[in-house]
Design a protein around this ligand. Structure first.
Ligand code: PLP
Length: 358
């Protein structure tokens, strides 16, 4: 199998798994318990909070653990709405921002053809812009957006589920950040939320007093420890290696007749592990055909009840519908080799040609 779907999820690193194990077996205390087994678990949670905070240049007290980035996004969107802020949302958000924002009648902004978002926002409002897009890899100019938000007293949230660990994050630029572990070789079902000191949000769930009441519920100690370990292991070398594979993919796939690149042309503005394309063939069929050849990839189009739904991200960047139906996302990772990339490109070429004939 050639796994080129690391933007969907990643294989857990063995070091991460080993770090988690004791917290699933003999060290099973509840961090809220006052006995030593509980205290030991609470200390592990706090150490992990510090590691994650340091990685994004935040204070440990500004990090809340959640069950996933989806939950972090929902806490922020609903919380900002509850605080009376008008919601402004980029048009290329992940469903976990897009859907709660739609329900709360948010105002959607525009994006250019590479996915860079415009920031026509009102004073004293709330803005959510995805740090690095999961379909086309666009890394936003968050410093510029942060300046605009500061000038207008706007709360700035960024969904950094794809960016965390791959981009140097300065939490001070934001009011809220959503993070996820399973995109960086950590466990699934654990996320975090950065909330700038001094900002108070209403919780989504009511319960005990854990994590200042903003996210009640017994902490998932093993996964929290695994998240911190996975984050710790992300370094510059990761992006150096993976971006080489990404660039090899981009160069070779674009040699296939009819292939178009989606997202930024400037590689510095594209996430290190996302190569995204569009073809004039059905994306879902393409992904299934590749799967039959042992290659795991993704498409932005999804078939529901016989209709192919075109990704809202590809629509927002103005991609023609025919091409948007044929999107292909390849996201390499550290366990891939150059040879795998070459084999995958060959298979993609053949698959695209065969789908054109049908
Ligand atoms: N935000 C982005 C940009 C993502 O790519 C994803 C995962 O696909 C999520 C949020 C959701 O993350 P989680 O699976 O941790 O809920």
């Amino acid at each position: 199998m050639i796994y080129l779907d690391n933007a969907s999820t990643t294989k857990i690193r063995s070091e991460v798994f080993e770090t988690m194990k004791p917290w699933l077996t003999e060290k099973y205390g509840n961090p809220s318990s006052v006995h030593s087994l509980g205290e030991e678990a609470a200390e592990a949670v706090e150490r992990s909070r510090e590691i994650i905070a340091k990685k994004i240049n935040a204070k440990a007290s500004e990090i809340i653990f959640t069950s996933c980035a989806t939950e972090s996004n929902n806490i922020v969107i609903n919380g900002a709405n509850g605080a009376g802020r008008k919601l402004f949302i980029s048009p290329i958000e992940h469903a976990s921002v897009n859907n709660p924002a739609k329900r709360l009648k948010a105002r959607f902004l525009k994006a250019d053809t590479e996915g860079f978002v415009d920031t026509e926002i009102e004073k004293n409002s709330f803005l959510s812009v995805i740090y690095a897009n999961n379909e086309i890899g666009t890394i936003q100019d968050v410093e510029k957006i942060s300046d605009i938000c500061s000038d207008k007293n706007v709360w700035f949230h960024s969904d950094a589920a794809q960016a965390n660990g791959k981009v140097m994050i300065r939490a001070g630029l934001f009011d809220f950040l959503s993070l996820s572990a399973h995109k960086i070789h950590g466990p699934k079902g654990i996320g975090a939320l950065y909330v700038k000191e001094g900002i108070k949000l209403e919780p989504l769930m009511m319960g005990g007093g854990q994590q200042k009441g903003l996210r009640p519920g017994t902490e998932n100690v093993a996964s929290i420890v695994g998240f911190a370990k996975a984050f710790e292991l992300m370094d510059e070398e990761y992006c150096e290696k993976v971006s080489e594979l990404r660039d090899r993919l981009i160069k070779k796939v674009l040699e296939i007749p009819g292939a178009a690149l989606t997202g930024p042309v400037d590689k510095k503005k594209r996430l290190c592990n996302i190569a995204s394309f569009a073809f004039d063939v059905d994306g879902e069929k393409l992904v299934k055909l590749l799967d039959s050849r042992g290659i795991c990839a993704s498409t932005g189009s999804a078939c529901s009840e016989g209709n192919v739904e075109v990704s809202h991200v590809l629509k927002a960047i103005g991609l023609r519908e025919k091409l948007a139906r044929g999107s292909l996302r390849l996201s390499p990772g550290i366990f891939n080799t150059k040879q795998e990339i070459d084999e995958a490109v060959e298979a993609i070429h053949e698959a695209v040609e065969s789908l054109r004939i049908v």
